[in-house]
Structure formats: structure tokens, C-alpha cells
Design a protein around this ligand. Structure first.
Ligand code: HEM
Length: 473
């Protein structure tokens, strides 16, 4: 018994103390500096302290230079250690990157198998994303299901004359109502889970961190199970309708998982449930937030509301919206990009080295996590110029992809490389449709009650909401 206890103690110390220490020394030897970590929290205590002093601030004056507000600790450490440094979440080393040239160099020679998503987040976020988000990206097998807007456009287009939901002839009215009720419930529960997991800094990366925030963790697990059960029942009821035409993303995924070949391509039911969870969150939250921040910026810049209304009138007129027209809404595209730059709904991208990665003679050891700070790069004066904090959609006029950013990896609202967002084309469609419908019906301005309160809860959200005043046109 004593031997067993000693063995367990040795294992614990080895994985929580010896290995991280070796990684720390190796990173130091390779020239990476950073804030000094302490055992077992790493730099979490500093991060919490720094957040406490900045998060209470919401303000009536609206300033777009939000980096020091949403990531106060990164902003401070950047001043001390530059745009690439090491910090620690518990016993997990993270390489912080806000330098696009460094990012280009490390990503240039990296094969897909050499990096994935940080394992440390895997268990922590499992109730929210299942295995999909982190384990080798199974969704990429099905990426074309959402990447080609055509699939989804067909579904959207059917909504033009009738309600999209009612066009599902394969569902009885009752089944449909039932499914809609479950979907709304899934959204509600996902939101509650987001609050449980991300409202407060927890102790991710700290040994036995599950015991440190027991309430939030068990709440997230409970919600995760409830969401799984709801999605499973939607899938089961859809399965009883096999052979019907494909009409939405779930039908497409189900069809691909049932037919067409190799077992590698097929999804099990539990994989389908995980895919749904990821799409419900990644697909809904991000686009909804892009639209939310757009409404804020257009409420502040009514001249752009007018310009977009003019463009919609020219391109679409009073007719029905179709996909080819949306592609011609150029100014709306600039506005979307500028919003994603100033208020990127996905504020960071993460990777984990699965092998040693060599860059400029230095080695990033296998296992090192990487935290790529998109907000910082989007607000970097040296990349965008002196008007970096101004809302200027026209910067995308002559350079529709990069908006004049001085480095091609300085503007990555949808991520990069093989793990780039699979829903980017769909999100542009959704964005343009919703914004067109709003702009052609209403003009809007900011309510005097608005408090500017951007903060990170996995995504970049206006914590105190966005009260607007709408007027029918
Ligand atoms: C404005 C809207 C959106 C933004 C800003 C956004 C941004 C991102 C970013 C930054 C990533 C991480 C990419 C990386 O690691 O390199 C990502 C991943 C992902 N996005 Fe989006 N996204 C948006 C809309 C959507 C939509 C509409 C869907 C689906 C319908 C979607 C599905 C996904 C999925 C499944 C992943 C995970 C890919 C993986 O981990 O391998 N996203 N998105």
C-alpha cells in the first residue's frame, strides 16, 4: 500500500512539477521570456487580479481600443515581454503570440499532425463541444457540408416565400413544433453552460482544478448531458424520416454519415451529437455577435447605415434576396470585415505543438500550447496605421481580404491553416441576409442607456447588452 501511495505521489509530482519545470527551462533556454509562474497556479492569480481591476469598468464613452480592457494581463505583459512570450495556466505552458510574422514562421513548416487544439481544454470544454472541437477536427471530414454556401442557400432560399421551417414537408406540424422547442431549449442551455464555464476565470490547467470550482463544473456537466439528450432525440426523430430530401445542415450531416462510403467518413450518433453542439454554438454565437457589434457601429455611424441601404436598394431593389445578389453587396462585406476587426467575436485562436517546432533556431517543445491573440493583432497600430481604432470600412475597398493590414497574418477573423472556420461562407450569407432585412425595415440609433462593456466569455460580448432605438422606415 505504502509503495502504491509513493508511486502515485511520484507520478503526480512528475507530471505536475518535473515535466512542467523541464518545459519551463527549455523554453527559457530558447530565449522565451514571460511573467514568472508560481506552483501550482502558474500565472492565474495575476490574471485574476488584473481582470478584477479592469472588469468593473463599463463606460458611457465608447472607445474601440479594447485590448487592454478585455485582456488586461496580456496587454501588461506585452509591454514587459514583447509580442511573443510564455505564460502559464496552472502547470500548462502557453506561448502567447501577437506577432503575425512569428506566426507565419511557426505555421509555415508545420504539418497538420504537428499541432492540434490544446488538450488541457479538452476535458474542461467537453460538455460544450464534445470531442469535436479538440480531437483532430473530425468536422473537417465534413467541412464541405457548410463551406459551400450553395447547400445552405437552398435551405435559406426556400424561406423566401414561406417560412423555412414549414417547408419541411417530411415533418408533421407537431414534430416540427417539438423540434423547434427542443432547439430553443438547446440554445438556452448552451448559454447557461457558457456562463457556468466562462463567466469567471476558473483554474484550467491547475492539477485537480475540478475540485476548485465544483459548482460550475457539475452545472456544466449536468447541462451537457441534458443538451446531449435533446440533440439525440432530434436526431432519432429525424432518422425515422430517412430517404427524405436534404434540407438543412443536420440532414446533410446525417446523409453523409449514412451513405457514401468509407467508414472513416461516417459519423456515429454520438459524433453527430457532438457536431451539433459545436455547430449550435460556433455557428450561432459568432454570427449573432458579429451582427450585434455591427448594430452598435452602424448606430454610431448613421452615414454607413444610409450607404448600406442605398447599396441594398441598388443590388436587390424590392425583389427577393438571392445568393448572387448577396455577393454583390460589397460595402456590406467591408462593414462585416471592419466589425470583425474591431470586435472579433472569436478573440483568439489556440493550437498545441504535437512535436517540437523549430523557428529561427529556437525550439518550441512538443506539448506547448499556443494562444494567438486576434484582438491584439486587430488593434495593432504598427499593422493598421494611426486610424487603427476608427471604424473605417472603406479600408477594405481596395484590399477586400486584409483591409490594408501590413501583414497577411495580421487579420485572421476566421483562424488560419487547416483548422480555419468551416462556417465562414455560411456566416457571410447569414450576416448579409439579416442585415439586409433590418436595414430595409428600420433605422436605428443607440439608446442613452447603453454602457460600453465588451468582455470575453469565450466569445467577445457586450456584457451589459446593446439597447437600441428602432424606427420603422
Ligand atoms: C462571424 C462568424 C464567425 C467567426 C468570426 C468564426 C470564427 C472562427 C474561428 C476564429 C475559429 C477557429 C479557427 C482556427 O482554430 O484556426 C472557428 C472555428 C470553427 N467555426 Fe467558426 N466562425 C464564425 C461562424 C461560424 C459558423 C456560421 C459556423 C457553422 C455553421 C462555424 C463553425 C465553426 C467550427 C465547427 C469550427 C471548429 C473548427 C475546428 O476546430 O477544427 N463558425 N470559427
Amino acid at each position: 500500500m505504502a509503495v502504491f501511495v509513493l508511486f502515485m505521489l511520484w507520478r503526480f509530482l512528475y507530471s505536475c512539477w518535473v515535466l512542467p519545470n523541464q518545459a519551463y527551462q527549455k523554453l527559457r533556454r530558447n530565449g522565451f521570456s514571460g511573467p514568472t509562474p508560481s506552483f501550482p497556479l502558474g500565472n492565474i492569480a495575476d490574471m485574476k487580479k488584473s481582470l478584477r481591476s479592469s472588469s468593473s469598468s463599463s463606460s458611457l464613452s465608447i472607445r474601440h481600443d479594447i485590448h487592454s480592457r478585455v485582456f488586461p494581463y496580456f496587454s501588461l505583459w506585452q509591454k514587459l515581454h514583447g509580442k511573443v512570450f510564455i505564460y502559464w495556466l496552472g502547470t500548462e505552458p502557453f506561448l502567447y503570440i501577437a506577432d503575425p510574422e512569428f506566426l507565419r514562421k511557426i505555421s509555415a513548416g508545420v504539418m497538420g499532425k504537428s499541432w492540434g487544439k490544446p488538450t488541457v481544454f479538452k476535458n474542461d470544454r467537453k460538455p460544450m463541444f464534445g470531442y469535436v472541437k479538440h480531437d483532430g477536427g473530425i468536422n473537417h471530414k465534413h467541412a464541405r457540408s457548410v463551406d459551400g454556401p450553395n447547400h445552405l442557400w437552398k435551405a435559406r432560399n426556400r424561406r423566401g416565400d414561406r417560412n423555412h421551417e414549414h417547408s419541411r414537408r417530411d415533418h408533421s406540424e407537431d414534430e416540427l413544433r417539438n423540434e423547434l422547442r427542443k432547439r430553443k431549449e438547446v440554445f438556452k442551455k448552451l448559454r447557461a453552460m457558457q456562463m457556468a464555464l466562462f463567466k469567471y476565470t476558473r483554474y484550467v490547467g491547475v492539477p485537480f482544478s475540478n475540485f476548485m470550482c465544483p459548482y460550475q463544473n457539475s452545472e456544466a456537466k449536468k447541462l451537457g448531458k441534458e443538451i446531449d439528450a435533446m440533440l439525440l432525440s432530434i436526431i432519432t426523430s429525424r432518422k425515422s424520416n430517412v430517404g427524405q430530401p436534404q434540407k438543412d445542415l443536420l440532414s446533410l450531416l446525417m446523409a453523409e454519415s449514412q451513405v457514401g462510403g468509407s467508414s472513416e467518413k461516417k459519423l456515429t450518433t454520438s459524433e453527430l451529437v457532438d457536431e451539433c453542439k459545436t455547430f449550435f454554438f460556433a455557428g450561432h454565437e459568432t454570427t449573432a455577435l458579429a451582427l450585434t457589434w455591427t448594430l452598435l457601429l452602424l448606430a454610431m455611424h448613421t452615414e454607413w447605415q444610409n450607404q448600406l441601404r442605398e447599396e441594398v436598394k441598388e443590388v436587390i431593389g424590392d425583389g427577393e434576396i438571392d445568393a448572387t445578389m448577396l455577393a454583390r453587396l460589397k460595402k456590406m462585406g467591408w462593414v462585416m470585415n471592419e466589425v470583425l476587426r474591431l470586435y472579433s467575436p472569436a478573440p483568439n485562436v489556440q493550437r498545441q505543438a504535437r512535436e517540437d517546432i523549430r523557428v529561427d533556431g529556437a525550439v518550441i517543445p512538443s506539448g506547448t500550447n499556443m494562444w494567438i491573440d486576434l484582438v491584439s493583432m486587430n488593434h495593432d497600430r504598427s499593422l493598421w496605421g494611426d486610424d487603427v481604432y476608427e471604424f473605417k470600412p472603406e479600408r477594405f475597398k481596395d484590399d477586400s481580404l486584409y483591409g490594408g493590414c501590413k501583414h497577411k497574418m495580421g487579420f485572421l477573423p476566421f483562424g488560419f491553416g487547416g483548422r480555419m472556420c468551416v462556417g465562414r461562407n455560411l456566416s457571410m450569407l447569414e450576416y448579409k441576409i439579416v442585415l439586409t432585412l433590418i436595414l430595409t425595415r428600420f433605422s436605428f440609433s443607440l439608446s442613452p442607456n447603453y454602457c460600453h462593456s465588451p468582455s470575453i466569455m469565450l466569445s467577445l460580448r457586450p456584457t451589459q447588452g446593446l439597447p437600441l432605438i428602432f424606427q420603422q422606415l
